[in-house]
Write a protein of this length. Structure first.
Length: 225
């Protein structure tokens, strides 16, 4: 990795606040922000329901038509799929579950890993996902693993959906988070786990400002070393 391409990785389970933090850290550092969950969501949403059960040939043909790129920096970073912004529908809980389903497939993971590494070759990044520190950017300078209890994550997601004016059911959200956690942590390829050299931050009961400060402090410490 060249001196000027610095990679910060933020991994963790669904609803832990990775997106908010990754955007803020990218903004503070003046680098681009890469939401790799959005890439899995975009693939699942574009190929459609049940695509995780397609045979290899059909799946590979579908993936061939997908080209991801990243433009802008900080809060203005924008992920494009075939030159277009992603469909806002990828943010629904249903799309999250589809993404988790398709993320179990080796072909899809290999395809997206290559796309993610290609993006990280050209620009400095804050990359958030499940396997950024372990698989995609193992040489990253600054690795973080965010965690929080299921209850706290479900509550945050509930408030977020309510804020967006969407119908939200706390029990349903909690169940969906548990299903995704189990699937993301137990899959054989690139399961969700903290890299050995990641700093883990348990965000249960801690506000986003405090977590942001801790991350920035650690990044500054790493820089000074
Ligand atoms: O972070 P998110 O909720 O947008 O991610 C959606 C799903 O995509 C998640 O449940 C698992 C999958 N994913 C993954 O397997 N690896 C990543 N690096 C990012 C997301």
């Amino acid at each position: 990795m060249s001196e000027k391409c610095r990679i910060v990785t933020l991994d963790g389970p669904a609803g832990v606040g990775k997106t908010t933090l990754a955007k803020r850290v990218a903004q503070a550092m003046g680098v681009a922000y890469l939401d790799t969950g959005a890439m899995f969501r975009g693939v699942a949403w574009t190929l459609g329901e049940g695509s995780w059960e397609w045979d290899e040939e059909r799946l590979s043909a579908g993936l061939c038509d997908l080209d991801f790129s990243l433009q802008g920096q900080g809060m203005d970073s924008e992920l494009l799929l075939n030159g277009e912004p992603l469909d806002p529908a990828i943010r629904t809980e249903k799309a999250g579950l589809w993404a988790s389903n398709i993320a179990t497939l080796g072909t899809v993971r290999a395809f997206l890993k290559q796309a993610q590494q290609a993006i990280g070759r050209d620009v400095s990044l804050v990359a958030e996902g499940r396997d950024m520190g372990t698989v995609v950017f193992p040489d990253a300078t600054d690795k973080f693993f965010l965690d929080a209890s299921v209850e706290e994550r479900a509550r945050r997601r509930y408030l977020q959906l309510q804020g967006l004016g969407e119908n939200a059911d706390l029990d349903e959200i909690s169940l969906q988070i548990k299903i995704r956690d189990a699937q993301d942590r137990n899959r054989p390829i690139a399961p969700l786990r903290a890299a050995d050299d990641a700093v883990t931050v348990d965000t249960t009961g801690i506000g986003v400002d405090e977590v942001f400060s801790r991350i920035m402090e650690q990044i500054r410490k790493n820089e000074a070393q």
